[in-house]
Design a protein around this ligand. Sequence first.
Ligand code: URA
Length: 216
Amino acid sequence: MDAQSVLNEVARQAAVCTRCQLHFARKKAVPGEGPASAEVMLIGEGPGFYENEQGRPFVGAAGKFLDELLAAGGVKREEVFITNVVKCRPPGNRDPLPEELAACSEYLDRQIEALNPRVIVTLGRFSMAKFLPGVRISDVHGQPFWKGGRLVVPMYHPAAALHQPSLKTQVERDFSRLSEFIRQARTSVPKAVESQRSDPETPAPQKDEPTQLSLF
Ligand code: URA
């Protein structure tokens, strides 16, 4: 199945998913959006009020700020794929529960495999923990790591940054380096992963331990 077909299939399944309790209050699932050819995938936490209404990620206040951060980083929103670790809104915007994250993780795994992005930007600690478990975001934000042949860049969540001036400055500084990270991933991505990009049948080598880049 090609990447777009996988993304469509995940969206179709998420819309009617009953794997966890989040479906009870769901208006619209938010599977994510962006081109199937995107080199960059952004992963947030979960839909908020407006996302649940519209079925689209990051359309509220945090989304407006994210658009500004992307633009300042030299990247157009239409070029990236944006999704969340949970596809349905946690009531009252509470943190997603471990069982909800576990129930939804297969959708995200399929999206990552289909898209095969060079760069994954995690927004906030829940998406960061998928790639860098046990680390503190305050220790690693803005520092790219190689993981599974991709460059993973942990960033503060735009919503958290909106409410804390010190985080806002940090997240703006980190995002301002986004096109630099993308360029770096284009030039340093391991050859075998490169060949997987043109031949989806070839499995990518998995580097299990994150390696911090000394280049940055
Ligand atoms: N916050 C998120 O983490 N995701 C969204 O889609 C919107 C707000």
